[in-house]
Design a binder for this molecule. Sequence first.
Ligand SMILES: Nc1ncnc2c1ncn2[C@@H]1O[C@H](COP(=O)(O)OP(=O)(O)O)[C@@H](O)[C@H]1O
Ligand SMILES: [Mg+2]
Length: 340
Amino acid sequence: MVDYPDSADLLEPLPDPPEPLPLVIGPKLAPFTPMAHADIEFIKELGNPEQDLDSRVWEVKIDGAETHYALKIFYFNHYGYLSQSSGGYMSRRLASRQRYIDFFDPFNCECRVYGRLKQEEREDLAVRAHGYLLLTPEQEDELCRMIEGIDYDEPVDPDKNGNGTNTWGRWEQHHHLPLRAIVKDLATHPDPFKPAQITDMWKDLEELHGLGILVRDITVFNYYNAKLIDFSRAWTWPHPSLDAITSYHLKDQLQRDPGGLEDVIVEWGIDMRWNWDEVEISQDLQDCASGKGEGERGPFGVDPRLYDWRKWEEDLVAADEFMEHELYAEVEEAEDEWQS
Ligand SMILES: Nc1ncnc2c1ncn2[C@@H]1O[C@H](COP(=O)(O)OP(=O)(O)O)[C@@H](O)[C@H]1O
Ligand SMILES: [Mg+2]
């Protein structure tokens, strides 16, 4: 295992004026407003901050409009952590620290998914996202005071927001970066799903795979009325982890979505005391969950790597050049860089 230095090197700043993110090959999500800023009225916290690992989600109103949205505000992640956690299945290293952020940071993972759903006009496959916002230091301060229950007037240190806690997980490399958030429809339906929706959930998941999206986080908390709300762990093709992953880990990862869906259905059904005589989990889902799927799709169902991402690239030569020569570290270079 490579010893990643705890470098103070700053990550790349966000583009000013804002642009669709992330600034790397593949789909991107545009800002919600031209400058990616808005007046935000924080109404109440949703979800469970003890359990939600990548973010805090708030019900908000934006720019004084009546609509209530869900605003998913993302924690920061150290590139070294990402390289060893979800980036740790690869047999190659990426060319730079920033590339781990581009492909594995939860905010960017989610931008890539919603960007793809918009490209393909398939936003019906999930609870909708409308764009990203960057919080101003004042909004971050206000939010931290609400979260940490701070009632004194001095400015809150953004690295040690209130009570000495680093609420947003900032490291030195994130000093210059604002909080990043995604504006989504507010889901209000009380149930994650009902038995009659199981068939559609598997169909939707397979359609996401068909669009090159591997979700990797199928839990009961990530479904509202049978639609997914959370893509912060997703890998969207083209993605180095679907490309340079070892074959052992690839099987494991491809199994996670069908396996996860089957588990979630059973766990939720037991909790809700469903009458199992009236619940049908398709044979196809069961087969794919156990890696016994047959036919063209592959043992775990549709393989996201079959999606033709190149059709969206204006400069195919540059795109292929990037994938072949710029995405990964050259072996010798990598040794030098990571060991210095
Ligand atoms: N669009 C939404 N509408 C209503 N509640 C939401 C919405 N998005 C998230 N939540 C709530 O916030 C929680 C955390 O959101 P999620 O996107 O799953 O974040 P994480 O990636 O941190 O798990 C969800 O489990 C849900 O309870
Ligand atoms: Mg979640």
